[in-house]
Design a protein. Structure first.
Length: 279
């Protein structure tokens, strides 16, 4: 059994048995922080530590250590956070290609990111990066929306104009084909002395119609005059024939005489003798 010497409040108490020392500690007379020594110890120690080492008290619980402070202050890590993305290049592209006012705002905030980061204002750098990102995306979105609206408006005007130009070109081709058919049939009739001409005879003088144009005689299609499948189709003097093109819209013609003509919307009807539009 050890005998303990206690030093507390400038008073030294000596030769206390372990049970007596423990009893007085539990009674509150001697705190756990009082200095204690016993034979075998190299130096004085706290009562709670010495008695715990001797098995008279349970081991003291480890002291509570608070977590390190976040965002600076004592105990915080000295490693800076990652540098935020400045968004400078996207902001410049947004200014040049999309929306000028929003792009300029993005450039202003993007230019602040690196300066604030180097100055140690990491929160300010992060805030500037978020603002640059916001204005850049807004500028790009508005620019994209404007482009879509512009393309839509252009399409609304350009497509009808293109269709009108194409329709006029097809109509001219059909008119030219009609005159050439009339001339070919007239020549065949003059040479044969008959009042009719077959497609086979006319094909020698007019090998092919314009692309997409087909010949219709008395409800029978003669195609574009190529091949020999329709060589027996006959054009008669003072008769009529029609030319058809699937992309032609007769109702859209600028020629009132054409738009009011007979037949379906893709067809023009002509007189055999003259190649003129049929009344």
């Amino acid at each position: 059994m050890h005998l303990y010497t206690v030093h507390h409040n400038d008073t030294r108490l000596g030769s206390l048995a372990g049970d007596e020392l423990l009893s007085r500690h539990r009674a509150g007379e001697i705190p756990a922080t009082a200095l204690v020594w016993r034979p075998g110890l190299a130096e004085w120690g706290a009562l709670g530590v010495v008695l715990a080492a001797d098995g008279l008290l349970p081991p003291a619980a480890p002291a509570f250590m608070p977590p390190p402070l976040q965002g600076g202050g004592a105990g915080a890590s000295d490693t800076p956070p990652p540098r935020p993305k400045s968004w400078l290049v996207p902001a410049i592209l947004s200014t040049l290609c999309c929306c000028l006012p929003f792009g300029i705002a993005g450039i202003v905030f993007a230019a602040q990111v690196d300066g604030k980061y180097r100055a140690g204002d990491y929160a300010g750098a992060e805030k500037a990066a978020k603002s640059a990102r916001l204005w850049t995306i807004l500028g790009a979105s508005i620019g994209l929306l404007g482009s879509v609206v512009y393309v839509g408006l252009m399409s609304a005007t350009a497509i009808p104009a293109f269709k009108q130009v194409r329709n006029t070109a097809i109509e001219k081709s059909m008119m030219n084909d009609a005159r050439m058919l009339a001339a070919a049939s007239a020549q065949v009739m003059a040479e044969s002395g008959k009042g009719e001409a077959t497609v086979g005879d006319m094909r020698k003088l007019m090998p092919k119609l314009s692309p997409g144009v087909t010949l219709i005689v008395s409800g029978k299609s003669a195609g574009d005059l190529t091949g020999g499948a329709h060589d027996t189709v006959v054009l008669r003097q003072a008769g009529r024939f029609s030319l058809r093109h699937e992309q032609y819209d007769r109702a859209a013609s600028r020629n009132a005489a054409v738009s009011a003509g007979p037949g379906d919307a893709h067809t023009l009807e002509f007189l055999v003798e003259t190649g003129a539009l049929a009344p």
